[in-house]
Design a protein around this ligand. Structure first.
Ligand code: ZN
Length: 220
């Protein structure tokens, strides 16, 4: 199978993308230890890769705490009570641009033309780097910025969940055998348990309800 780089975070969406990608590609999972508040997601990323029969994720250390500017990487409270108006404090400046840049470098090194990312622009927090326009723009950059692109490889950024609801994502993943109890979505975990109140917890819980699937998340 063709090689592909798959960004995995340990969350629900990227677990679903990895399960999808395993059907069509030889997957190289990539994850980041970026100084996030919820470092438990690194363990979740490893567990998800193992459960889906993928290689263990390559872990890149990236100190976004040196930059800060987000409730996930600085001493700023994580907003509670579900998504509100505007872009919330959990937005991490340019995070997906950084992650996709590393994925692109790895893809070029591996001779892979395909990168998969689990961004979603329906049930999400309004982050600008989760929108279809951003993915299309990065794909254009990928072809301009690399030796592979210039020499004729068509680099592709796949975001297969981008227009799905959270419930549709969960239904798809259940069909592919994803064990969502291994995934971690919470921005502000309490001793490894989900807080149940941050945007990510709220969106995730509503998704399981709408999909008619019992929520396997362990809440504090
Ligand atoms: Zn939470």
């Amino acid at each position: 199978m063709k090689p592909a780089v798959v960004l995995v975070s340990g969350g629900l969406d990227s677990a679903t993308v990895l399960a999808l990608a395993m059907q069509s590609f030889g997957c190289h999972p990539l994850t980041f230890d970026y100084g996030q508040r919820h470092a438990i997601e690194l363990q979740a990323a490893q567990a998800v890769c193992k459960q889906l029969g993928a290689r263990p994720p390559r872990v890149i250390r990236l100190d976004l705490r040196a930059i800060g500017g987000s409730a996930l990487t600085a001493d700023v409270p994580v907003p509670k009570g579900g998504p509100g108006e505007g872009i919330p404090a959990t937005y991490v400046p340019a995070r997906n641009t950084l992650f996709l840049s590393y994925a692109l470098a790895l893809a070029e090194t591996l001779g892979a033309a395909d990168i998969l990312i689990g961004v979603n622009a329906v049930d999400y927090s309004g982050y600008p780097d989760c929108r279809p326009e951003f993915i299309a723009a990065f794909e254009r950059l990928a072809n301009l910025a690399t030796k592979a692109g210039v020499e004729g490889t068509s680099m592709m950024i796949h975001a297969p969940l981008i227009r799905l609801t959270k419930a549709e994502i969960i239904a798809k993943g259940m069909g592919l055998g994803v064990d969502y109890s291994l995934t971690h979505s919470c921005y502000d975990p309490v001793g490894g348990l989900a807080c149940g109140q941050c945007d990510s917890c709220v969106i995730r819980r509503k998704g399981f309800e709408a999909a008619g699937v019992p929520d396997p998340t362990r809440y504090a």
